[in-house]
Design a protein around this ligand. Structure first.
Ligand SMILES: Nc1ncnc2c1ncn2[C@@H]1O[C@H](COP(=O)(O)OP(=O)(O)OP(=O)(O)O)[C@@H](O)[C@H]1O
Ligand SMILES: [Mg+2]
Length: 312
């Protein structure tokens, strides 16, 4: 489990500039100002964490982030008495190590739980109590009340098959839900541009088109998020450098697309093609068929040297 907290600007969060989410940002801001708990629901990579970071940073509110998974037990969420110190001092409050929930409650900050639908049921129950009562009772420590400003922001992927059934009506009844769908093509191009500067916008738009086409294909159950487009672009830049060719080289792009996307897409059961074959077909549909030898730039002839992955 990871658990990070910060007040004000988040140092390790990458760019906090949010492209084209003004309506969602405004809603999130209003929800937090109104004291509501919030559920951000949307597929992976749709900017849920980025949006929350931006809003929390802008308002300079304390922000505790936990990754939701099966290991997030109530004790990890709440905190624990240091066992070594209990032996010498007994159960006194100052040897209690606050977990993320207590930290957020005491500081009046936000508790951000990613992948909320993956946490164990008893942990979800602790959260539900904290949300509706704004206080919890911890054995041997006593009652801990939330300082003003405390709120839960939970993120969830609606397509996540792991443990989704557990997320009950009780949670939906205590939260305002902000739905985050995939970004527009223009927004995705800008996002890729933020992460990979100095690339040709026309080529970048095609990379985004390729990645978007993975979300709407008969053989694919789940397509790639914008993270796939960021990786295709970055990988192409480095691969082109190693091969002494240009980023928009057809073979460079295909190798990058296969590496960046084949693991990100999930094919339907019974599909008789491999992920690489599906990515290759989508790549050809967007970038055209493999250029013939006579079309090739002599400068990129080294492309055929050993070490270049064999293209089908
Ligand atoms: N609207 C946006 N503006 C700027 N960057 C964005 C935006 N949406 C996504 N990104 C970028 O895309 C990547 C994924 O975004 P983020 O981590 O916020 O998604 P998420 O919805 O929290 O994903 P997950 O469900 O997997 O946790 C990050 O690199 C982020 O910087
Ligand atoms: Mg996230």
């Amino acid at each position: 489990m990871t658990h990070t907290s910060s007040v004000g600007p988040v140092a390790d969060a990458g760019p906090t500039e949010v492209i084209e989410r003004a309506a969602e940002a405004e809603l999130l801001e209003a929800a937090l100002l109104s004291g509501a708990h919030v559920l951000l629901e949307g597929p992976p990579g749709t900017g849920k964490s980025t949006l929350l970071r931006q809003v929390a940073t802008g308002r300079r509110i304390a922000f505790v982030m936990v990754e939701g998974n099966a290991e997030l037990t109530p004790a990890r969420l709440i905190g624990h008495f240091d066992p070594a110190l209990v032996l010498t001092k007994g159960y006194v409050p100052d040897i209690f190590a606050d977990g993320p929930l207590l930290e957020a409650m005491r500081t009046g900050g936000l508790l951000y739980v990613e992948e909320l639908n993956r946490i164990p049921e008893e942990t979800l129950n602790v959260l539900l109590t904290a949300m509706s009562e704004l206080e919890i009772t911890v054995p041997r420590l006593g009652r801990v009340a939330a300082a003003p400003g405390f709120a839960l922001v939970a993120a969830m992927n609606p397509f996540d098959a792991v443990g989704t059934a557990r997320v009950s009506g009780a949670l939906y009844d205590r939260t305002c839900r902000i739905s985050m769908d995939y970004q527009t093509a223009e927004a995705e191009q800008e996002i890729v541009g933020l992460r990979t500067r100095d690339i040709d916008p026309t080529w970048r738009a095609r990379v985004v088109e390729l990645v978007r086409s993975t979300r709407d294909h008969d053989d694919i159950r789940f397509g790639s998020s914008v993270r796939g487009a960021i990786d295709v672009a970055r990988l192409s830049v480095e691969l082109a450098r190693l091969r002494g060719t240009t980023t928009d080289d057809w073979h460079v792009g295909l190798a990058a697309a296969k590496a960046a996307l084949s693991g990100r897409i999930r094919l339907h059961d019974g599909c008789d093609r491999t992920p690489e074959q599906v990515v290759t077909a989508l790549y050809v549909a967007v970038f055209g068929a493999e250029p013939s030898e006579s079309d090739r730039d002599p400068a990129s002839d080294s492309d055929a040297s050993p070490g270049s992955p064999g293209e089908p």
